[in-house]
Every structure is written in structure tokens, then in C-alpha cells.
Design a protein around this ligand. Structure first.
Ligand SMILES: N[C@@H](CCC(=O)N[C@@H](CSS)C(=O)NCC(=O)O)C(=O)O
Length: 182
């Protein structure tokens, strides 16, 4: 068992610490670029093998500098974390987010996958669970803009800050810390 983290935000990594403390041998995984603690640090271009499958690691920074997308080795599905959401994308207004970097990541690392590749994002705020590269390449209202227009849109989202994003993660819940829950 290995919880694979797409990036280091509190709403993603806290589950890893809990799983790790409950399941012997469980190893947390996150990108080296994230700066987070974990059992295994991964980098762009590497693969994680399981059974007859493997996940390719594609660095997709922008929402955070250490974001990665996990792509199944036959390119039939991609787990995009908060980089690419269905008809949207991760915000870039805090914790080292960068709209221009996110635009490049999505276009170079995700939109270059086959059109029928399924997209599974980490969040959806409209009850949708899956999309495809072709749908997002043609219908995503943000990522179909030019890079310049995209940056303007992202700079003016004016979203309220998520309430829990700055809450310190207790030591026994961090990605890779070995302390069991008391
Ligand atoms: N209302 C929610 C948080 C909504 C939010 O900001 N989501 C993030 C991903 S979690 S950092 C995001 O990137 N959203 C993009 C968007 O366009 O909504 C809460 O307070 O929990």
C-alpha cells in the first residue's frame, strides 16, 4: 500500500500519515520538489510499478511547485490532482502558485496525452468525476484561453481562501512521519 500524493496541500497529505500509521509497510509518496517528508520521493519521468501496470510521473507545477500528474502507462487515464480539474484548474493564488507555469504544465504534460485518455481530478465542485483530455482541450473555459488571458483570469478569481489550508498538520498525520496516533 502506498498513498501517492499529487502535491503538498493539507487537504491531500493528511490521509497519508493516518494510513501509514495504521498499515504496516505502507509507504507515503510525494515529489521531491514538494519539499514534504515522505518515504519515497519521486521525480518527473520516473515510473511507479504495481502488478502489470505502472504510473508515469509527470511534473505539472503551477498550483504548487511540486505538483505531479500520475499517468497510467497505457495512457488510458491520468490522475491530475489539482492541476487540471473538470472544466477548471487549481487556483494559483497562494503557496507558491503560478498561473503561467500551470498553463504550460497542462498544455505540455496533460493535453499532449491521447484525446480519449480519462482525466480523474482530485476535486470537483459540480458532482462530476471524470472527463477526457479531448473534452478539456476543447471545452475547458480556462485552458482554452491564450496563456496571457489565462493569467488574467487566474489573477482575478477572487476565491475565498480554503478554511483549513493553513492549519498545521499534527506530527502523527504528516506524510511520512512515523509517530503513531496516541
Ligand atoms: N471552497 C473550498 C475550497 C475551494 C478551492 O479553493 N479549491 C481549490 C483546491 S483546494 S486548494 C482550487 O484550486 N479551486 C479552483 C477553483 O476554481 O475553484 C473550501 O473552502 O474548502
Amino acid at each position: 500500500m502506498a498513498p501517492l500524493n499529487t502535491h503538498c496541500h493539507a487537504d491531500h497529505i493528511t490521509g497519508s500519515g493516518l494510513l501509514r500509521s495504521l498499515l504496516p509497510g505502507c509507504q507515503s509518496v510525494i515529489s521531491r520538489r514538494s519539499g514534504a517528508q515522505a518515504d519515497l520521493h519521486i521525480e518527473d519521468g520516473q515510473s511507479i510499478h504495481f502488478g502489470r501496470f505502472a504510473l508515469e510521473i509527470r511534473a505539472s507545477p503551477g498550483h504548487t511547485p511540486g505538483c505531479v500528474t500520475f499517468v497510467l502507462n497505457d495512457h488510458s487515464m491520468a490522475f491530475t490532482g489539482d492541476a487540471l480539474l473538470i472544466r477548471g484548474c487549481g487556483r494559483t493564488d497562494f503557496q507558491q502558485g503560478c498561473a503561467k507555469t500551470l498553463y504550460r504544465s497542462v498544455h505540455e504534460k496533460i493535453f499532449t496525452l491521447p484525446g480519449d485518455c480519462l482525466i480523474y481530478p482530485a476535486h470537483d465542485y459540480h458532482g462530476l468525476t471524470v472527463s477526457t483530455v479531448e473534452e478539456e482541450r476543447t471545452l475547458n473555459p480556462r485552458l482554452t484561453l491564450s496563456c496571457e488571458e489565462f493569467v488574467k483570469v487566474m489573477d482575478n478569481l477572487n476565491l475565498p481562501k480554503p478554511q483549513q489550508i493553513d492549519v498545521a498538520v499534527p506530527a502523527n498525520m504528516r506524510c511520512g512521519v512515523q509517530t503513531p496516533p496516541s
